[in-house]
Design a protein around this ligand. Structure first.
Ligand code: 5GP
Length: 141
């Protein structure tokens, strides 16, 4: 049975129906069942990596290549003006399905949603703190 599979693996395997928009060897894309806007699409690696952090760079590159082709197609399909492309990368970031997925959400001039920046209060950092953080990131790559 499919008890150990993520919901999205079950979709890839055809055990749960979906409105498929793209499929290749490594990548699958389908309409979100609870769309935030018409055409809201999810793009996933077929392998059930939980987070972006778990993905080998070449597979992440494959998936992102598909995202770059699909975003304009999604916008065109629903007459959108733009799109928000985002991943909730980890539970604390709002990830509900533990199988990494990118959201392509069509955006419209009059949708009043605003940028992702609206989600955050912002962090007040001086140049020393910025450089320390940049150095940590370089060291942790
Ligand atoms: P997250 O909050 O993890 O970033 O997003 C999970 C997304 O998966 C949600 O937008 C939700 O609507 C979508 N979703 C959850 N279960 C299903 C499903 O069975 N089928 C489809 N097509 N989408 C799903």
């Amino acid at each position: 049975m499919s008890d150990d599979k993520t919901i999205f693996e079950q979709i890839v395997d055809g055990e749960i129906p979906s409105f498929t928009v793209y499929e290749d060897e490594t990548t699958y894309a389908f309409l979100d069942a609870n769309p935030l806007a018409p055409g809201h699409t999810l793009v996933i690696p077929k392998h059930p990596y939980e987070r972006l952090n778990d993905m080998p760079a070449d597979e992440a590159g494959d998936v992102f290549g598909v995202i770059s082709e699909l975003a304009p197609a999604v916008e065109a399909a629903v007459g959108a003006d733009a799109s928000t492309v985002a991943v909730n990368n980890g539970e604390e970031a709002g990830q509900e399905v533990p199988h990494v997925h990118w959201h392509i959400i069509p955006r419209f001039a009059d949708d009043s949603v605003g940028p992702i920046h609206r989600l955050f209060d912002g962090a007040d950092l001086d140049d020393d703190e910025m450089e320390e953080i940049a150095a940590e990131i370089r060291a942790n790559r």
